[in-house]
Design a protein around this ligand. Structure first.
Ligand SMILES: C[S@@+](CC[C@H](N)C(=O)[O-])C[C@H]1O[C@@H](n2cnc3c(N)ncnc32)[C@H](O)[C@@H]1O
Ligand code: SF4
Ligand code: SF4
Length: 440
């Protein structure tokens, strides 16, 4: 280590930095001038130190193996960034919020001053299909639409977001205010919409293009009419493929590159053989991206469809699909092969979802990720920080990766412990499905 670095890292220098930082913040506050901070090297030095300390800690979180000086530095930098967010606008404000969010996540801090960077906006939990593998058929909650007024309440938050996904449990296109919602998403953000495609028409396709949707995911799961009908329960394969073609045609005619399309494929025993052809279909339709992932079994009657019980055949077909994708120039995200080395199959846990992400449900609750469906609080008509820092939310953040963590996190298959060679990674039987089958 260089002498300069050793001096900078010394405790007296760090104490000095904190003292200077406090003075600076006081001055900035009393004068109402954020540039007092952003024009000073002290602010950047403090911010970098806190980040490096948190990033390099073997244990996650500020309080783990706590150090008083580091705690003080974190709290000071947090106050500084909070002040900067409050006294700036536009891209600069978004940048300060992003820095604050990252530090609060690294510190595993439960009560946040930063806003999330991504969200799901569930326009409805109703659906016009009953796909074989989906929990829709035994969903017990109230079937509701997000009210149009939600756009006025939540729209201002989109300013802080990198991603706004029009996505949730149901079929997003069932509501009539999609144009208004798309207009509320600022140009810097990626807007996503996930659909089963049944409601796509030339008029809706044009609307999606004209209102600036950036990415459209269409769930098709099959390369033939019969398999489509098996998985999705309706005879609509030809119609949806035709609408995808129309959308591409209209984009060309209007000179628009967006929405960029992705076709998705839930891989199971019945449809896996069609994955290579599905990639070719994407190519024929001019779609550049395909995402395929394993079926998650929600009900016992689907267990026999899991590729967990047909690993060799599945791996062979996935290899073939990867080869076809390379030939056809399609960006395929394939399921992780069962035979892949452990490091590739298991993801290292440090879930950032309860800090970076928020899921606005149509029923008026927020949930912390797409796995944990416990409502953390009600967002309807509430102040943002009241629900973002609700007791349930803070408890979830505090206990993540501790013995007291939520059962959802313990068994989480989506972000954390997804070792696809374990049967449990494929089975997620919902109790509602058992009672539905029992006719209760
Ligand atoms: C719940 S749907 C909601 C959006 C829309 N209705 C659709 O089908 O695209 C979201 C995604 O989850 C996928 N999906 C549904 N059930 C699944 C399961 N059991 N395992 C894995 N993915 C599933 C769907 O294919 C779809 O791409
Ligand atoms: S269309 Fe989507 S939400 Fe509806 S049943 Fe199928 S997978 Fe589920
Ligand atoms: S359930 Fe999974 S994704 Fe959700 S907060 Fe827990 S660990 Fe993260």
């Amino acid at each position: 280590m260089s002498i300069v670095r050793a001096i900078k890292d010394s405790r007296p220098v760090q104490h000095w930095l904190v003292r200077q930082g406090r003075r600076l913040l006081e001055l900035a506050r009393s004068e109402g001038r954020p540039e007092r901070l952003t024009e000073s090297r002290v602010f950047y030095a403090l911010e970098r130190r806190v980040r490096e300390y948190l990033e390099n800690k073997p244990e996650w979180g500020l309080e783990a193996g706590g150090d008083g000086l580091q705690r003080e530095s974190f709290l000071l930098v947090r106050d500084m960034l909070d002040f900067l967010v409050a006294h700036s606008a536009g891209d600069v404000q978004r940048g300060h919020n992003r820095t604050l969010n990252r530090l609060e996540m690294l510190a595993k801090w439960p009560e946040l001053r930063s806003r999330p960077l991504r969200c799901y906006f569930e326009t409805t939990n109703r659906c016009n299909m009953r796909c074989r593998m989906c929990g829709q058929s035994f969903f017990r909650g109230d079937r509701v639409d997000m009210p149009r007024e939600a756009i006025a309440q939540l729209g201002p938050l989109f300013h802080f977001m990198d991603d706004v996904s029009i996505f949730g449990y149901g079929e997003a296109l069932l509501v009539d205010y999609i144009p208004e919602l798309l207009d509320a998403i600022p140009p810097h953000a990626n807007s996503w919409l996930v659909t089963n495609g049944l409601l796509l028409t030339p008029e809706r396709n044009r609307m999606l293009i004209e209102h600036g949707l950036k990415t459209l995911f269409i769930s098709i799961d099959a390369a033939t009419r019969g398999t489509y009908q098996f998985v999705r329960g309706v005879d609509a394969f030809d119609r949806i493929v035709a609408q995808v073609g129309d959308l591409q045609e209209q984009k060309r005619a209007l000179g628009s590159e967006t929405p960029r399309l992705t076709l998705t494929f839930v891989a199971m025993q019945r449809n896996i053989a069609e994955l290579p052809e599905f990639v070719r279909l994407a190519r024929r339709l001019g779609v550049g991206r395909v995402i395929a992932d394993y079926l998650v079994v929600y009900s016992r009657d689907m267990q026999a469809q899991s590729l967990y019980y047909e690993q060799e055949r599945s791996d062979q077909i996935v290899e073939e699909a990867v080869r076809v994708a390379q030939e056809e120039g399609v960006d395929l995200t394939p399921p992780i092969r069962f035979s892949s080395p452990v490091e590739r199959a298991v993801r290292k846990p440090r879930c950032a979802e309860p800090w970076e992400f928020i899921y606005f449900r149509a029923d008026g609750l927020v949930q912390p990720c797409c796995t944990n469906s416990d409502g953390m609080a009600r967002w309807v008509g509430a102040e943002f920080f009241d629900y973002w820092n609700s007791p349930a939310y803070q408890h979830l953040r505090r206990t993540l990766y501790t013995a007291g963590q939520s059962p959802w996190c313990r068994g989480c298959i989506h972000v954390c412990y997804r070792d696809i060679r374990r049967e449990s990674a494929h089975l997620h039987i919902m109790p509602e499905s058992e009672s539905a089958e029992n006719g209760q």
